[in-house]
Design a binder for this molecule. Structure first.
Ligand code: GTP
Ligand code: MG
Length: 344
């Protein structure tokens, strides 16, 4: 995919506008082509009609945005990867795993396992495809200071020995999973492929999503391109900062823009986007159906896969597929163990 280009080739874009666009992460035709006129107009300080013209020209230059033939759609969809949880019941329910080029929302109450899932997928994505991974790296936007490298270590070495051996071979690490030096090297290699950033508030979080695009682009030709983008939690900062009825619309606008940025990384770089969202579980409380996120569909149409987590006995968790294109709803069980997420 195209790297940095000369944006001044676009109509109405002079050096100053090009600079503003680049500063804000719009540094490729593809990126601009999928922006909205309002978004671009704000970012680049140009009128909406100029923004519209810029987007049209970028679409032509990038050759996207128009009609596609069925075979082109098929070609794009053929690139979709499936990232396995390595829990057969869940992977089957998901039609193979978490999809790239889509946003997956994982929601549930505190302690239901949302952060554990983002950690486990950050490990799994790095495995070779034959082992259920996507041979890729992760970008992890951490808004609640929950990312723990120690947990990555436990989950990595919680994998079966044959999977670890395959991961070692894939990375040309000599030795076996019993070999201390080889284990250390493997762990280092896994940790190095998780790009973690803490978001201090919602604006910072939005900036990091824009930055994620740059990281994905910079690593596009790497052996392990970005194949997973996690945001844990998507909504916590927004909830804390935009309180009260009057704040709902501005909050929604900001969240929409943010989701749009995340979606763009997923689509342009063939990455799975996984976001978490804490909800209240008490069905008697004000929120009605416990399987619906607070405040209605906060994420609206943007999260294309939606999974609801419910605590069960002990370390068991019920994972419910609530919404997915072309897949029936379903339910599966997993356990949160010291060695990571495991089948029932
Ligand atoms: P909030 O972020 O508070 O909304 O919760 P969450 O849904 O992200 O829950 P999280 O994934 O952090 O934790 C789910 C459960 O996993 C916890 O209740 C613990 O029982 C378990 N857990 C978390 N960390 C560990 C760990 O290091 N080892 C083990 N064995 N279990 C853990
Ligand atoms: Mg959490």
């Amino acid at each position: 995919m195209a790297g940095p280009v000369d944006l001044e080739n676009l109509p109405g874009v002079g050096p100053a506008t090009a600079e503003k666009l680049k500063e804000n992460g719009y540094d490729s035709y593809q990126g601009i082509a999928v922006a909205s006129p309002g978004e671009l107009s704000n970012t680049a300080d140009v009128g909406e009609s100029t923004a519209h013209d810029i987007i049209q020209a970028a679409r032509e230059a990038a050759d996207i945005g128009g009609f596609e033939t069925g075979s082109q759609v098929l070609q794009r969809r053929e690139r979709i990867g499936k990232l396995e949880w390595l829990i057969p019941e869940i992977d089957e329910m998901l039609g193979g795993g978490v999809e790239t080029q889509s946003i997956t929302e994982v929601y549930g109450e505190f302690g239901s396992g949302k952060s554990q899932i983002t950690h486990q997928l950050s490990v799994n994505v790095q495995l070779p495809p034959e082992q259920g991974g996507l041979g890729g790296s992760t970008i992890f936007i951490d808004t609640e200071d929950t990312f723990r490298p120690e947990r990555i270590e436990e989950m990595l070495f919680g994998l079966d020995d044959d999977v670890l051996q395959a991961a070692m071979d894939d990375r040309e690490i000599e030795g076996t999973p019993d070999d201390e030096a080889a284990r250390e090297e493997l762990l280092q290699s896994f940790l190095d492929k998780i790009h973690v950033a803490k978001a201090f508030n919602s604006n910072h979080q939005i900036l990091l999503a824009e930055k994620a695009q740059e990281i994905a682009r910079d690593h596009e030709e790497d052996e392990y391109p970005v194949r997973l983008l996690c945001v844990d939690s998507l909504t916590a900062h927004f909830r804390a900062e935009y309180v009260g009825r009057g704040e709902l619309a501005p909050r929604q606008q900001k969240l929409n823009k943010h989701l749009h940025d995340l979606d763009r990384v997923g689509n342009l770089y063939n990455a799975a986007v996984v976001v978490t969202n804490q909800v209240q579980s008490n069905p008697d409380a004000f929120f009605g159906d416990p399987t619906k996120p607070i405040g209605g569909n906060i994420l609206g149409h943007k999260s294309t896969f939606r999974m609801y987590l419910r605590k069960s006995k002990g370390n068991k968790r019920i994972v419910k597929l609530v919404d997915a294109p072309n897949l029936p709803d379903g339910e599966a069980v997993m356990r949160v163990t010291g060695e990571g997420l495991k089948p029932e």
